[in-house]
Design a protein around this ligand. Structure first.
Ligand code: 5GP
Length: 362
């Protein structure tokens, strides 16, 4: 399905450290092993294992963070992740990451994010538009179309925006620190806040003050919702009316009705849900129901590295499993533009990009 590769795509649910290349993760782990910080032979099989339960995935993230919580590593991962998404014609991405402290190496949440921004600037294979302010000034951003599949000589271009993630294990004060950091980085392309992390840990009510503050200040909110059947939490999150939710797997009928009535866009991560066992089988995935009802949603990768997937791959799974025709896939992909957190100028340009592509390819 080459046409899925060449189709422009919008990625709205990708965790930075979950999108790390396997080869980079192994290399960084081997280096730490050589320095005596970890026992490489003990972690190699954990990295290479293919199917993991939700619990095992979060164990892997703890290992990934040991390996990647270092300024240089974060810069490298950011650069590679953006280049990888751009290479499969992702034209707009909202990358999310949890700003981390590591006192041993003098890392603060702010310096972590500065290392991320260094990674954005280090991208070489594609033009990157990441800052709403400099986009107005940089000719490479607004002056030419994003995507011309018939012109291989033209450099690709990708819009990058960020959501700062709050990990459910954090305290209310630490979450507030992340929101303050996000507010100070709006000029660098930070557009919102995400609540993620192990859904069996912590309580979402801890983070309501920080999330309400973020919203009041104009940041958008996306919540991981319904990865486990926690009724109180799912209902509380729906009442909060976030701008988008991730997953929405374990909602009961009444909760699904509520989601639909409120028209909250859902970030759907098919491979992730199957790999972690959040959904037992692809043919009963709620994608089908939401698609039939024309509910706002967008296909996403979640953790392209950890789950060995790509955004083209996610569209391929949706098309083949649910029998979606090419024209309908194009509509699904272009509808994602409605749900992005960037400003109207970017939305207009993306819409034009999709219209030009569809006109050329139908
Ligand atoms: P990072 O924020 O370190 O760049 O990306 C990895 C982190 O994203 C994980 O430690 C976890 O907090 C969050 N994450 C990644 N995938 C998932 C997922 O499927 N569900 C939830 N709830 N959190 C996730």
């Amino acid at each position: 399905m080459e046409w899925l590769e060449s189709m422009p795509k919008v990625e709205l649910h990708a965790h930075l450290n979950g999108s790390i290349r396997n080869s980079t993760l192994l290399e960084l782990a081997r280096n730490l092993g050589d320095e005596g910080d970890i026992e490489f032979s003990e972690v190699e099989h954990v990295i290479l294992k293919d199917d993991r339960s939700l619990v095992e995935v979060f164990k892997l993230f703890d290992l990934i963070h040991v390996v990647t919580t270092d300024h240089e590593a974060i810069t490298r991962i950011t650069k590679e992740v953006i280049e990888d998404f751009a290479s499969e014609n992702v034209v707009y991405i909202e990358l999310r990451t949890t700003p981390k402290r590591n006192d041993k190496i003098g890392m603060s949440k702010r310096s972590y994010m500065e290392a991320v921004m260094q990674g954005v600037k280090a991208v070489t294979t594609v033009d990157v538009c990441f800052s709403p302010q400099t986009e107005q000034l940089t000719s490479s951003c607004h002056s030419r179309p994003i995507h011309e599949p018939c012109n291989d000589d033209l450099r690709k271009k990708i819009y990058v925006r960020f959501l700062l993630s709050i990990d459910r294990r954090e305290s209310a004060a630490s979450a507030m620190e992340t929101v303050d950091l996000a507010l100070g980085m709006r000029e660098m392309g930070v557009v919102g806040i995400d609540l993620s992390g192990n859904p069996t840990k912590g309580e979402w009510v801890t983070f309501i003050p920080a999330l309400e503050y973020a919203r009041k200040q104009g940041l958008k909110i996306s919540l991981h919702c319904g990865e486990v059947p926690n009724r109180t939490e799912i209902n509380g999150m729906l009442d909060f009316h976030p701008d988008r939710v991730g997953h929405a797997c374990c909602l009961n009928d009444a909760e699904f009705e509520c989601l639909k009535t409120l028209k909250i866009p859902v970030e759907i991560c098919l491979t992730s849900n199957i790999r972690t066992g959040t959904i037992s089988s692809i043919d009963i995935h709620h994608f089908a129901d939401l698609h039939r009802d024309k509910h706002p949603m967008v296909l996403c990768t979640d953790d392209a590295g950890v789950f060995s997937t790509s955004l083209s791959g996610e569209y391929k799974i949706a098309a083949s499993t649910f029998g979606i025709k090419r024209e309908e896939v194009y509509r699904l992909a272009s509808d994602a533009v409605h749900f992005i957190f960037a400003d109207d100028g970017v939305k207009t340009e993306l819409r034009n990009t999709f219209m030009a592509f569809i006109k050329q390819n139908l």
